[in-house]
Design a protein around this ligand. Structure first.
Ligand code: SF4
Length: 318
């Protein structure tokens, strides 16, 4: 299988596209994640022809609308950026990207807490979204997105990557065309993963599928609705409790093939993970071993036990 593609603000890849002619390389992406993902750089400000270096621009609220302007000259780039963002977002979807990492604080790329100035006032409020990011996330809410600042937290990085891998599987599965059966199979394969990340998602998504097929909706539309709802549920960071609960479920399925001592040892390790005394990799490694030894390996178990590439080492840090 090809590497999943990840859209990235181009400056984070070290491209010298910032207003001052510098890059802002995020080495975790370029040196580690790039082994597993194909990184696709996009610089919206260069994309609208601003060049490098260039004057700084900012978000300014005027007549209750937010504009992207050069504060020194008053030049307004709002319409240009909206048109570029619409075209580029569609191009990225057609190129099969499975997620996007945005540069924080940027009036074009920032996802959250971007400075918004009110015309005529020196102070800004940190409550905006960069214009390119806003158009992209509005048009394509089924794509997982994050700012690079959050990736320095292993919990957030692992969870985001798991969402990207989940999306990539959905994309590959859908290449053969969605049918009701294929969607149900995809949901069943991922149900333990979903249960561990967002306990209500498995049930809610199952209901969404049942309702849509009862209504006779087209499977392609249902698939998009499914992924949009799934990614919305997965937007909330997972906690150890639901993950430990999913581990216990897997253990329940192999229990009859284990001795009482083996079962108790596994339960103890899960419990220690739940209490924060062991990293997630400890019970998952044991579980993987037990599942394999008992001949109970299947896609549902692997989706839950190995949702992200092990070699990234994230599981040992969460
Ligand atoms: S933050 Fe976005 S617009 Fe600014 S330099 Fe980076 S990629 Fe370009």
């Amino acid at each position: 299988m090809d590497k999943p593609k990840l859209g990235v603000s181009a400056c984070l890849l070290g491209h010298k596209v910032r207003y001052n002619g510098d890059g802002a390389e995020y080495r975790n992406l370029t040196r580690t994640w790039s082994h597993h993902l194909e990184l696709v750089g996009v610089c919206p400000e260069v994309g609208i022809g601003m060049g490098t270096p260039r004057p700084t621009i900012r978000l300014v609220k005027r007549d209750n609308q937010v504009h992207l302007v050069n504060p020194k000259t008053g030049d307004d780039f709002t319409q240009q950026m909206i048109e570029y963002a619409q075209l580029q977002s569609d191009a990225l979807i057609n190129a099969d990207i499975c997620g996007f990492v945005f540069k924080k604080d940027s009036p074009s790329c920032g996802l959250e807490r971007v400075r918004v100035y009110t015309e005529g006032q020196p102070q800004a409020r940190r409550n905006g979204t960069g214009l390119f990011a806003l158009v992209f996330t509005t048009l394509h809410p089924h794509i997982p997105v994050i700012e690079e600042g959050r990736l320095s937290d292993p919990l957030q990085a692992e969870h985001f990557l798991a969402r990207v891998e989940f999306f990539s599987l959905w994309l590959n599965e859908g290449k053969m065309g969605w049918s009701a059966d294929r969607l149900m199979r995809f949901h069943n394969t991922n149900k333990l993963f979903l249960l561990s990340r967002s306990p209500s998602a498995k049930r809610d998504l199952g209901r969404l599928l049942a309702r849509a097929f009862d209504n006779g909706d087209h499977p392609e539309n249902v698939a998009l609705e499914y992924m949009t709802a799934a990614q919305k549920s997965l937007d909330v960071l997972t906690k150890p409790g639901p993950i430990a609960h999913a581990m216990e479920r897997v253990l329940g399925r192999v229990s009859s093939k284990l001795t009482r001592t083996e079962r108790q040892e596994m339960l103890d390790v899960i419990h220690e993970y739940r209490r924060g005394l062991l990293p997630r990799s400890a019970p998952l490694t044991l579980l993987r071993h037990l599942v394999r030894r008992c001949g109970m390996e299947n896609e549902t178990h692997s989706r839950f036990i190995s949702p992200t590439p092990l070699s990234l080492g994230l599981m040992a840090k969460v």
